[in-house]
Design a protein around this ligand. Structure first.
Ligand SMILES: [Zn+2]
Ligand SMILES: [Zn+2]
Length: 324
């Protein structure tokens, strides 16, 4: 017989056979995510506003009897691993999400689903994506160790709400996705063609090449207690369209966008320039620019955190949500 002291089981002499296998990871923290979907309708119409005012404020979203979305919910939960190697039993997670969120909301009219959205009450607010994310988070928190949730209203619009001392309870992160197509050439004008190719490879070829850029803009703000919005979504979309998409789409960035006449248009530099273009105009809407993510191809993307340029400030829970 070999010396049992070399085996982990020797440290669990009093435990039943095989118990040491379950000790792997026990007590160590981990973040897990769970996805669920539901379909629901809603309508943005405040009773204190006239028909014309509702139409002016909320556009087509104010039209009766409403319209619907296929929502996608992702719940991020954190905690130490138990002896079974899990943060939580996924079956219990699934049932809690189904009971607290999916059953009350799936195939329902959101304005009438929860008192949160009863506009005859002073505390009622419009069932926007932000307000819905907040209501879902607060219904799940008594049952699950929620760190944050992401709610997609559609592929190009989603909201994150987080839990923790640094996140005020009414705060939300609203993201919109858009795209533009542009050409560029990566080369520093003071260097020779050979030197540029040594740095930038094929990207330095003299006549450039192009990408279909995907642009995600995330703003952070406090949810208005009545409109349920962190900012005017139409105004945010208009800013991104006018200040970025209209200026960049179908251009040769080095030649058509003045900033890149003497700044190499790498994905990083483009993302930084977009953040600089958007930060002040977005601040005027009442929200703050939080992040610009520019995906150049499925293989590479650049992210700029506008509020907290220090890399270590990336919120951990948002990172967990970003990966799904
Ligand atoms: Zn809608
Ligand atoms: Zn390129």
């Amino acid at each position: 017989m070999t010396a049992t002291g070399a085996f982990p089981s020797a440290r669990y002499a009093d435990a039943p056979p095989g118990a040491h296998l379950h000790a792997h990871g026990r007590g160590r923290p981990c973040v897990i995510t769970r996805r669920a979907t539901f379909s629901a309708s809603h309508l943005y119409r405040l009773p204190e506003l006239s028909e014309e005012q509702n139409q002016a404020r909320f556009g087509p979203c104010s039209r009766a009897p409403g319209h619907g979305h296929n929502y996608e919910l992702i719940v991020a939960m954190g905690g130490p691993l138990d002896g079974d190697g899990m943060v939580l039993n996924l079956s219990e997670v699934k049932h809690a999400i189904r009971r607290e969120v999916i059953e009350p909301l799936d195939f329902r009219f959101l304005n009438e689903a929860w008192p949160d959205f009863d506009l005859s009450l002073p505390s009622g607010r419009l069932p926007t994506t932000e307000a819905l994310a907040l209501a879902i988070r607060d219904r799940l928190r008594p049952h699950l160790p929620v760190m944050g949730i992401r709610l997609h209203e559609q592929a190009n619009l989603w909201v994150d709400v987080l839990v923790g001392p640094s996140h005020p309870p009414m705060e939300a992160f609203l993201s919109i996705r858009t795209h533009f197509a542009a050409a560029h050439r990566l080369a520093r004008p003071e260097l020779s063609q050979g030197e540029n190719e040594a740095i930038y490879g094929k990207c330095a070829r003299p006549h450039g090449h192009g990408h279909n850029y995907l642009l995600d803009v995330t703003v952070r703000g406090s949810i208005d207690p009545r409109t349920g919005m962190v900012c005017d979504l139409a105004e945010l979309q208009k800013l991104v369209d006018e200040l970025v998409v209209e200026r960049f789409d179908h251009t040769f960035l080095n030649k058509d966008v003045p900033h890149f006449a003497d700044c190499v248009p790498t994905a990083e530099n483009i993302a930084l320039h977009i953040a600089d273009l958007l930060a002040e105009p977005i601040a005027a809407t009442g929200a703050r620019l939080h992040k610009v993510r520019l995906q150049e191809s499925p293989n590479n993307a650049a992210e700029v955190f506008a509020e907290t340029p220090r890399l270590e400030m990336v919120p951990a829970a948002l990172e967990a949500l970003a990966g799904v």
